[in-house]
Ligand binder design. Sequence first.
Ligand code: PLP
Length: 414
Amino acid sequence: MSGGRGTGPAALRDKAAALDATDPLRHCRDLYVPADGLVAYLDGNSLGRPLRATAQRITNLVAHDWGTRLIRSWDEQWMDLPLRLGDRIGEVCLGAAAGQTVVGDSTTVMLYKLLRAAVAAAGPERPEIVVDTENFPTDRYVAQGIADETGARLVWVEPDPAKGVTPDLVEAALTERTGVVLLSHVAYKSAWIADLPEITRRLHDAGALVLWDLCHSVGVVPSDLDEHDVDLAVGCTYKFLGGGPGAPAFGYVAARHHERLRQPIQGWMGHAEPFVMGPDYRPGAGMRGFISGTPPVLGMVGIEDTVDLIESVGLDAVRDKAARLGRFVIESVDELLAGHGVRVTSPLVDEQRGGHVTLAHPRFREVYRELWAQDVVPDFREPDGIRLGLSPLSTSYAEVAEALVRIEALLSAG
Ligand SMILES: *Cc1c(COP(=O)(O)O)cnc(C)c1O
């Protein structure tokens, strides 16, 4: 089924070896904690692999910062960690000047805080929130909850699931009553890259605010938030930023909105003077006011290692390898899997596709289970999608080739 010489498994493995040999990021793979017995990890866009430096940093944290310095570490380094780390993510990954990004809370909670703040700022004259049916569940659920809470009305955009939101689709949903538009930069299923600059421009022309979810773009696709006048953004740090399971989110609020936006979870850590412990809440200046409670330090420290690594190789090089890995998948599916009826349900054009490729086949649920049993680890997406996460810093072409060869073997076995 897989054709003759030149298109079979051996040829695919050879091609992968050649691509790995000339990959400018190949040295990065040795920086990760080795995973014994793992054949291929293609889920780094759900949980990124840990760097050795992160393992060391967490060990040091327990032994020194926590173990020895104890409570003194709050003064010495942790109080400012949410802002300092936010600035690093902003600088390296978001194109955001300092003072606009903060780390803390889960993505879900940060999303709630920023969307709720934006809805309040938009005011009663603009009670419509534009959301799309292909966005990640949390984003849709949070928006539904805020609509229930505030009386705002949700206006649904329905994109093609194999693609994503386009400027025209979004524009068609805008009215003079649109307050906030919530969209993902890279779609979690299809990997479609929304045209962030153009969509932001058009909704600003209509007088609305935008909240971009960068969960699947941060650390792999540049967003250049300042340059494109983005109002608000949130994103994950445990996907492409390698922060580890449960690592907190980041939130970005453009400086021009700091005075106007008030987030709803008023906690002591976001207070202008947390240790005065006074009777009333008074938000801290700038992004300090977007902090609620004690930051999850253990989950935060590892993020910095991946951000440092991205800075050292350049985000554009990471982006470039993501595109190449995706192209390799698409070409290989053509050669090896199309005959089995496997379809690519991600954009075929590199410029429109983020850091993963989703394939579809009616038998993929069982194929996926079997792959996991073989230590080949992609993601499954209902109803019939295998999502191949392509983390450019840690993923080799050989891993990708091996996964595709195994998929082919499993489909051939019938
Ligand atoms: C991964 C992801 C989330 C996860 O939210 P958590 O609160 O961290 O569980 C939210 N939104 C999108 C678009 C995601 O891809």
